[in-house]
Design a protein around this ligand. Sequence first.
Ligand SMILES: Nc1nc2c(ncn2[C@@H]2O[C@H](COP(=O)(O)OP(=O)(O)O)[C@@H](O)[C@H]2O)c(=O)[nH]1
Ligand SMILES: [Mg+2]
Length: 674
Amino acid sequence: MAVYEVGKYRNVVLVGHGGSGKTSLAEAMLHKAGVTNRLGSTADKTSILDVTDEAKEKGGSTDSAVCYLAHKGHHVNIVDTPGTAAFAGPAIGGLIAADTAIVVVSASSGIEVNTRKMFERAKKYGIGLAIVVSKIDAPNVNLEEVLGNLRSVFGNECVPVTLPTGSGKSVIDCLTNESGAADIFDVGEAHTGVLEAIVSVDDAMMEKYLGGEVSKDEALATAPKAVAAQTFIPTFFVNSRAEIGIAELLDAIVGLFPSPLQAKRRVMVDDGHETPVDPTGADFVGQIFKVSSDPKTGIKYLGLRCLSGKLTHDMSIKTVADRKGFRPGQLQRLLGAEHKEVEAGVSGDIVSLAKLDLHVGDVVFTNKGGTIEKPPIPAPMFPLALESKSRGDEDKIAQAIRRYTDEDPCLRLERTQAGEMVLRGLDDTHVRTILNRLKHYFKLEVLTKTPKIPYRETIAGRADNIEYTHKKQTGGAGQYAKIVINVLPAQRGEGYEFVDKIFGGAIDQQFRPSVDKGIRAQMAEGVIAGYPVVDVKVELIDGKTHPVDSKDIAFQIAGRQAFKEGFMKAKPILLEPIVNLEVTVPADKVGDIQGDIASRRGRPVGQDVLPGGLAVIKAQIPLGEVMDYNSRLSSISGGQGSFSIEESHYEPVPGNVQQQVIEQHKKEVEAARE
Ligand SMILES: Nc1nc2c(ncn2[C@@H]2O[C@H](COP(=O)(O)OP(=O)(O)O)[C@@H](O)[C@H]2O)c(=O)[nH]1
Ligand SMILES: [Mg+2]
C-alpha cells in the first residue's frame, strides 16, 4: 500500500440527518474510485458500510464507519456517521478525524434538525465545511428552493460548485465553466460566487480580485485555505444511486478541500501550555475519534487520526493518563468491516488500533503530549432505571453495558443514590437500542422504569452555634466528642467547604478532619429527603477533647449529628435539575407546544422560524416535567416533532413539590424498615 506525503491526504466526515443519503454517497464514491466493483446500497442491504444486523434492521447506521479511496494521486479517508439524534456521540467523534465535514442534505426532505445541529457542531469545532445536496432525482424536488434554504440557514458562504443540468442527468462544474446551461440558478453567477467566496479569505487576494487580476489557478490554489477558514462552503448536487455528480465531488475533495497541512491546526494543551500540533513534526501525535467493538467477537477497535510523525507497532505510546507507555499493537486500515494490516500510521492519515483501553478524544503520543480539544459532546439526559428479569444478573448487565459506554461518549451508566442502576442516553431510541443489544448479543433481559429525579438538598438560611456532644462512657472503651459548628449557605455550584476556625486546642488537631469526614458522609446521605446535600459551608468553631475517650469515630458521629441539626435549622430546601429544552415542530403546532411547556412549569427562552414551515421553541423546564417528553411531543405534534434536552442548572422546587418528595422519602424509609 502506497504511503503518501502528508499533503496528499484528505480526511472528510459525512454528517447529516438520518436517511439524508450519507452512506449511499460514500458507497457511490467508493464505486466511482474503483474500490468496490459493485455499487453498494443501503436500501437492498448490500452496503459495505452499514454491515451490522442492527444497521440493516433499522435501515440506518448506528455507528460511524471508516473507508478510503485513492483519487488522482491522493488518499481520501471518509468517515460515515449515523444521523439519528440517538447516535450523535459517534457522529461527533467523527469530526475529530476530519479536516472537512461534508453536510449531506436530502433534496426531498430539506434541512432537518440533526443536519442543522451537526453543521453547527462542525462549524464551532472549526474544521472546513462543505454541503452535498443528495437525491436530486427524487420525485417533486425543488432544487432552487433547497439552495435558497441552504443559504438562508447556513449562510451565503454556501456557493454551488456544481449545478444539475440536463434535468439532473449530469452536473456542470461552475469553477472551470464561466457559462453554460444548468437546471437551476445560473452558471455565470455561481462561477462569480465561487471566486468571491474563495478570495474573501484573504484581504490581499480580495483587492487583487477587485482589480480583476486573480487567475483561475490562483483562485484554485487559495480554495483550500478558504474552505478551512469556513469563508467558502462549497456546495454540490448529487444523485448517489445513479452516480451523478460523484466524480466532480471527488475532484473537488482533492482540489478544493484542505490537506492536513492547510486544515485546522489541533492545539495540544499540557499544563496550561498550548502548542499547535505540526503535521510535519517528527514525534507521533494522534487522537482517538472512534471506539467500537465487533458485535460478535467483542474485540475493540479504535479509530486514530494521525496528526504528526509516524507510528509503528513496535513503538511505545503514551496518554496523559498513562505516561509509562504501552505498545499500540497491530495497525490496520478499515474499509467498513474489513481490516488490512498497515506498516505505519503516518501524519495526516487514519488508522485503526485494537484492544486498547482508550476513549473518544484521547490523545496518544510518543514523546511530549497533553490533551487536544474535542468537539462539545452533549450530556445524556434521557434516563431509564434498569432491573434484571432474573435475580443476580445485575452485575452481568452492568458489565455488558460498560462495553457500550466505553464506545459512546453520550451513554452513561450509574448507580444512583437511591440504589437504582440508571442508563442515560440522548433519547429513548438510544437507550432502547442498547437494551436490544443486551438481549441480542448477551441474552440478557432487562426491565425498565422511570428513574427517580436526581434532586439535591441545600439550605436557604444559616444556623449558628450548633453544639453537639457525643458521649458513650459506660463500660468498655469510651467515646467522647464535643463540637460547635456554624452551618452556612454557599453560592449555587460552589459545593462544600469546611472551615477550621478553632483557635488554640479546644479540639485536637488530629480530630478536626474527623468532623469534616462525618459531615461529608451525612451530606452524601442527605438530611430531609435522602438526596445529596450541596452548596453549604461549615465552620468548626469550638469543641472539647477528652484525653482518653476522644477518637476519630466519636468526632465523625458528632460531625454528622451537628450537621443534621444545623441543616434542619437553616431553612432546608430541595433543588431540582432544570434542563434546556429545544423542540422543533411544524409552525402551526407552536401554540400547543408552548401551552404544554407553560403548564409544566417551563419558561420560554426563545423561538426561531426555520425554512420549510418549521419552528424551534427553546425553553427551560424542570427535568421531572419532561421525563415522558418523547411520547408527549409525539401526541401533540402528530409525530412530526423532535426535541433535545441538555443539562442546565439546579433551582429550588416549589414548596408543594418539596413536601411531596419528603413524604415519599419517609414512606420509602418506613417500607425499607418493615
Ligand atoms: N433516489 C435517490 N435515493 C437515494 C439517494 N441517496 C440515498 N438514497 C436513498 O435514501 C435512503 C437513505 O440513504 P442512506 O444512504 O442510507 O442515508 P443515511 O442515513 O444518510 O446514511 C436509502 O433508501 C437510499 O437508497 C439518491 O441520490 N437518490
Ligand atoms: Mg447511514
